[in-house]
Design a protein around this ligand. Structure first.
Ligand SMILES: *Cc1c(COP(=O)(O)O)cnc(C)c1O
Length: 452
């Protein structure tokens, strides 16, 4: 056995051996979380931090929740993993059934994978294959319509339908082509389009592209209600519903990527339910296991599923899978998380927290340096700007968002910004007192980081 490394060794090894995602390793200062209690993380020095971004948007009921911990232990008494390729296990089956019961009507079949990116890849490939195999094939439908600034994960399919130029532009030569319409961003409408007309303006753009290109478009892909990685852009109410009506009218499939917004984050279990929308594909990951284990699901309709049925020799099979697809440990904790939603009335308890967050945001909105605050449920974004009147952004190199979060850390609040946007996205189990602490740290951090 190796002796336990010292904290200094851990820091050194972390900096050198562990290559962290979305992290400039030349500047990386290790933050090593050793344990957690509820919504509080504890680092190797014993310093405590409120988990203000749900460990990157995935934790739901807090860490070390007794029921979730127990669910994994109980599954371990049976089996940790069996393949889903031509085989199954009771836990995964039960989870599929529960998800179908909870999801918007019409989504009856569940394809499991491991991450948000794979959930989206599955939907993209299924949509493509569906048009080739359905009773009246339309193999010319090979394009995807996406939003500018979209984020759907970091595999090449997800990057192809993505549009965050700082992350994605470099890889353009490797990607398939997509059609794009602007993000329906009510804060940054084009000149001459006031906020109140944002909905009509942005839907008209979708309609224009669909009218011209629908014969080649397999599917439209979007994050319903909130474009998270784009900077928590909150769409105008009615946009999702409008997109669903347009995609129906033009015979284009709709992929709803609820990887970030699903599992209660917006105040309802699924974002699509706010606008009574049933997509053709619903992608889930992040919060699906309560933030415990990697597990993802792509739900789809009976019509899509049927196009993949046939004799073995017809090769209509969906030739796609991941080794850990439908992993029973992940399924067990996902089922337990859905139980906790019921037992703790998680969604019913959200409105006072959402209202408290709104009050804080209204106050923060008045600070110099804050251009916009936006919120949907327990998701909030605070956009810092150099000039409130012209909305001129701070140059990203000035790291204003990072500086706010560095300050918040000194007050024991852990956050991660998206450029100039401060994100507040705590576990649904957060207390009002903890929300107050987060908002206080953010407010003081903004004052500190936008001075001069
Ligand atoms: C995080 C995210 C993904 C990617 O999920 P991973 O689990 O990181 O692969 C996809 N879509 C959206 C909307 C996300 O927020």
């Amino acid at each position: 056995m190796m002796p336990e490394p010292s904290r200094e060794e851990l820091r050194r090894w972390d900096r050198y051996h562990v290559w962290h995602p979305f992290t400039q390793m030349a500047e990386y200062e290790p933050l090593i979380i050793e344990r957690a209690e509820g919504c509080v993380l504890v680092d190797v020095d014993g310093k405590r931090y409120i988990d203000g971004v749900s460990s990157l948007w995935c934790n739901v009921h807090g860490h070390r929740h007794p029921r979730l911990d127990a669910a994994i232990g109980e599954q371990l008494q049976r089996v940790a993993h069996v393949t889903a390729l031509g085989a199954s296990n009771p836990t995964t089956i039960k989870l599929a059934r529960r998800l179908v019961e909870l999801a918007p009507p019409g989504l009856e079949h569940v394809f499991f994978s491991d991450d948000g990116a794979t959930a989206v890849e599955v939907a993209l490939k299924m949509a493509f294959q569906y048009w080739r195999q359905r009773p009246e094939p339309r193999p010319e439908k090979t394009l995807y319509l996406t939003l500018e600034d979209a984020y759907h994960g970091d595999t090449l399919g997800g990057v192809s339908v993505g549009g965050v130029s700082r992350f994605h532009d470099m890889f353009r030569p490797l990607l398939f082509r997509c059609l794009r319409v602007p993000s329906p961003n009510p804060y940054r409408t084009p000149r001459g389009v006031p906020r109140q007309r944002a909905l009509d303006h942005y839907l008209a753009q979708v309609e224009r592209v669909l009218a011209e290109h629908h014969a080649q478009i397999a599917a439209m892909v979007l994050e319903p209600l909130v474009q998270a990685a784009a900077g928590m852009i909150v769409h105008p109410p009615g946009y999702l519903r409008g997109v669903r009506e347009l995609t129906r009218r033009y015979d284009v499939l709709l992929v709803a990527d609820e990887v970030a917004v699903g599992m209660g984050r917006t105040g309802r279990m699924f974002a699509c339910q706010h606008e009574q929308v049933s997509p053709d594909f619903l992608c889930l990951a992040k919060g699906l296991t309560g933030g415990y284990l990697p597990l993802a699901a792509t739900l789809t309709t009976h019509e899509i599923w049927q196009a993949f049925l046939g004799d073995y020799a017809e090769s209509k099979t969906f030739f796609h899978g991941h080794t850990y697809t439908g992993n029973p440990l992940g399924a067990a904790v996902a089922l337990a998380s859905l139980d906790v939603f019921q037992q703790e009335r998680t969604l019913e308890n959200l409105p006072p927290k959402i209202a408290r967050l709104r009050q804080h945001l209204e106050r923060i909105a008045r600070l110099p340096g804050v251009g916009d605050v936006r919120q949907r449920g327990l998701i909030a974004g605070i956009e810092l700007v150099r000039d409130k009147a012209t909305k001129e952004p701070f140059p990203w190199e000035e790291k204003r968002g990072i500086r706010v979060c560095q300050y918040a850390r000194t007050e024991g609040v852990l956050l991660r910004p998206l450029g100039n946007v401060i994100v507040i996205m705590p576990p649904l189990a957060i207390s009002v007192a903890q929300l107050d602490q987060i908002a206080g740290a953010v407010q003081r951090g903004i004052a500190e980081a936008t001075r001069e």
